[in-house]
Design a protein around this ligand. Structure first.
Ligand code: ADP
Ligand code: MG
Length: 428
């Protein structure tokens, strides 16, 4: 009985070696490198498993060792292919030779060469199989044939085993089939899971890319609308040359912005701030005013600017413009009969605040809640992507955006962004 317990202990040891090594392979190595290195790693892992199993056999008879080396041999050859199988055969036989050069060595040469030939024939089919059940059946059948080869050869070599010996040997080998079943089952499940996971990630990426692609048109529309406004103003025959030049310059600037936005969007999947620089809020808001005022004039909207000098934040100029234009444009659009749009800059507690206040139609609680979700728009030609992009840009600038609104009275968008020290601005 003690003997059986000892055998069981060793058997469990065998199993834990194999499980541990293949687990490490699956978790940390497989799929993270190219196919050839993967093959090499699989070969090494299987070889180590074989060596460990052979070092702790669960039954020994003069010249013969019984262990679970067949499992890593089969699995290595199945998942790695013929080359890995051959490598494992060489490792196995060399180690067997080193343990002792006896009759058992010759029997091992015969046994494992036969099994290797069998694996070469079976492994291409194994990899082609799609169904888990078939894979398991094939692995178990292969394993059974391997065990039969072992038993036949040791019988031919006239190994004298007691009845108990035969019993324990056959039961351990039967158990090996169960182990094989679970092994293939776990490996295949884990493989499937990682495939599903990577497909999910791919889908998520596609989703973002498609959202961004859709927003290109929206973002390009802002500069285009503004340019259109300027061109309409240019139709005025009485316009002074100086003003004309000014409008043309602004139009060209805006078109360039549209161009930059397109190339920007093509290169980014999610908003990340790359060209971060110190931005002086007054200068930036002044630029926005220039850009947006023709659009406002066309809609009878009067713009006011309450400024405070020398407030610096760190961010990407283009993106800040994009945000402010989005919000200001929304404000103007919320006042179909004209009104006031106020831009305020203030600072407190190391935070810079930009408020954009309109006297427009306002929003309900429900509308505010839905703000920033893609494709939520109440406009016939709206895309509902403006606020989504704005929110993510502000977030990337470590800022916050809040909205307060009253139906029929107006809306205030407040952006708070960490201020940077003026003295340190050059060192960013
Ligand atoms: P779009 O402008 O294309 O509709 P946005 O994401 O910019 O998309 O805005 C989403 C929706 O939020 C708008 O359709 C509008 O209903 C509402 N909204 C945004 N800003 C304001 C505002 N200042 N006043 C009233 N409603 C607004
Ligand atoms: Mg908008």
């Amino acid at each position: 009985m003690n003997e059986l317990f000892f055998d069981l202990q060793v058997l469990l040891l065998n199993l834990s070696f194999i499980f541990l090594l293949f687990f490490i392979h699956h978790k940390y190595i497989e799929g993270k490198i190219n196919k050839v290195s993967n093959e090499i790693f699989l070969g090494v892992i299987s070889a180590i498993s074989i060596l460990l199993c052979m070092s702790f056999p669960f039954s020994t008879y003069p010249g013969f060792f019984f262990d679970y080396r067949l499992i890593p041999f089969i699995i290595g050859a199945f998942y790695g292919g013929k080359r890995v199988g051959f490598f494992l055969l060489v490792v196995l036989l060399t180690y067997r030779f080193m343990i002792s050069f006896d009759v058992g060595f010759f029997s091992s040469v015969i046994i494992y060469s036969f099994i290797y030939i069998l694996l070469c024939m079976v492994s291409p089919h194994f990899n082609k199989l799609k169904q888990l059940r078939r894979k398991i059946i094939l692995a178990i059948v292969t394993n059974t044939i391997g065990i039969i080869i072992i038993l036949v050869v040791i019988h031919l070599f006239k190994v004298r085993l007691s009845t108990f010996g035969w019993f324990s040997l056959t039961s351990f080998y039967t158990l090996q089939l169960v182990v094989m079943f679970f092994f293939i089952y776990f490996i295949e499940k884990a493989k499937k899971e990682s495939i599903v996971l990577s497909e999910l990630k791919e889908l998520e990426k596609l989703k973002v890319v498609s959202e961004i692609a859709a927003s290109i048109s929206h973002e390009v529309r802002n500069p285009l609308t503004v340019t259109k406004g300027f061109l309409q103003l240019l139709q005025d025959k009485t316009l002074q040359d100086e003003k004309k030049d000014f409008y043309i310059k602004l139009s060209l600037d805006e078109l360039e912005r549209a161009e930059i936005i397109i190339s920007d969007y093509l290169t980014f999947a999610k908003p990340s701030l790359k060209n971060i620089e110190p931005l002086e809020l007054n200068t930036e808001v002044h630029y926005i005013l220039k850009v947006i005022s023709p659009y406002a004039t066309m809609r009878d909207v009067h713009i006011e600017f309450e400024q405070v000098n020398d407030i610096y934040i760190a961010g990407e100029r283009q993106k800040l413009h994009q945000c402010l234009i989005n919000i200001a444009k929304n404000g103007i659009e919320a006042m179909p009969d004209g009104g006031n749009l106020t831009l305020q800059i203030s600072n407190s507690n190391e935070m810079a605040t930009i408020s954009i206040i309109d006297t427009g139609i306002g929003m309900t609680e429900e509308q505010i809640r839905r703000l920033g979700t893609p494709y939520y728009s109440t406009k016939s030609t709206g895309t509902g992507l403006g606020t989504m992009v704005t929110t993510s840009i502000i977030k990337a600038m470590r800022g916050k955006i809040s909205v307060s609104s009253k139906l029929g009275i107006g809306t205030t968008f407040t952006i708070t962004i960490p201020q940077i020290d003026k003295a340190r601005k050059d060192r960013i």
